[in-house]
Design a binder for this molecule. Structure first.
Ligand code: SF4
Length: 330
């Protein structure tokens, strides 16, 4: 008989355990560390092969820092990152370089993330050239296939990135991310810099590619409707931590955390006959350099109780696959 725990673990491509990324605050004459900006403060989640986990939250909640720390573009302060069962938290040197090809990033701003004066063929081939030592000439057919697959014409190979529109540039970025057949793609707000009219085309392309190549995504966005379109499961972040995580349909049908409820209430209802009450949150997101005591959401929470300012709620599974960090759900 198979062990169900092992079976589940075997299916995981990414495990993030109690991840923390702090930035030291220096001050005083000697520039000593006088505090920390707790950008990511104890984040844990898992992603299965072929799955898309959406991470959503307001700007500054730590979602992008989480993605960059997983990629080891930022050094984790604490915690563990396992990719396909291998602990990559403290990898250095050649092994880190080798493993980097297994996860790629699609960036938010296709204008800033590509060199406008570099030939597109070169941009897409560069990661393969770096890892295999093959020449651009040897990779030409492979790169043209990739360009065609992301919906670009064959002659894009010889053009420069500045000759393309935002949506096309994001397609170039996606082709580049796919070049090394990564195990995991971290897409950080991949459509938020694009016109609304091309956003859905790029999202649909990502979905098609996921099916075709069996890709796994960590999909980071502030827009809940974009995340809903893309994700199997969704984690909601607030002030450096995950406050709720669940299957997409569960989260939208029955959000348990007051912050998730407020975010979902703000999604416009396409049918004007359906009335929807919007929960308007008071105040701004507090600074991660000086987070509130107890539940980090308590100064803005319409349901806050006395214990909320004193005791920090832990993320707990309250229904199968549905976890929430709130004293209302024990
Ligand atoms: Fe609101 Fe308290 Fe729940 Fe925090 S723990 S979300 S303050 S009810």
């Amino acid at each position: 008989m198979t062990n169900p725990t092992l079976e589940k673990k075997d299916n995981l491509i990414l495990e993030v355990k109690n991840l923390k990324t702090y930035y030291p605050i220096k001050g005083g004459f000697m520039r000593k560390t006088i505090g920390n900006v707790k950008a990511v403060d104890g984040v844990s989640f898992e992603i299965k092969h072929g799955e898309t986990l959406g991470l959503v939250g307001e700007s500054g909640c730590g979602k992008s820092t989480t993605g960059r720390t997983i990629l080891r573009l930022l050094e984790p302060t604490e915690g563990q990152i396992l990719l396909d069962g291998e602990d990559i938290t403290n990898l250095k040197g050649k092994r880190l370089r080798d493993i980097r090809k297994d996860f790629q990033m699609v960036f938010q701003d296709p204008y800033a993330s590509l060199n406008p004066m570099q030939m597109v063929g070169d941009i897409v081939a560069e990661p393969i050239m770096n890892y295999t030592g093959k020449s651009l000439k040897a990779l030409k057919n492979e790169v043209i296939d990739l360009l065609k697959r992301v919906g670009l014409p064959e002659d894009a190979f010889y053009k420069y990135a500045h000759e393309f529109s935002g949506g096309q540039r994001q397609r170039i970025g996606i082709a580049r991310a796919l070049a090394l057949k990564p195990k995991l793609i971290i897409a950080d707000e991949p459509v938020s810099a694009l016109d609304v009219s091309v956003q859905s085309q790029v999202l649909n392309l990502l979905k098609e590619l996921q099916e075709e190549f069996g890709l796994t995504f960590l999909f980071i966005a502030h827009d809940l409707s974009v995340v809903k379109h893309m994700s199997d499961r969704i984690g909601v972040m607030y002030l450096g931590g995950i406050v709720e995580i669940a299957e997409k349909d569960d989260l939208y049908a029955e959000p348990l955390h007051p912050y998730t409820q407020a975010l979902i209430s703000a999604i416009p209802e396409p049918d004007p006959r359906k009335k929807k009450e919007r929960i308007v949150l008071q105040g701004d997101v507090p600074s991660p350099a000086n987070p509130p005591s107890g539940c980090p959401f308590h100064p803005r929470c319409p349901m806050a109780m006395e214990e909320c300012s004193k005791v920090k709620p832990q993320l707990k599974e309250v229904k199968p696959g549905h976890k929430v960090a709130c004293h209302l759900h024990k």
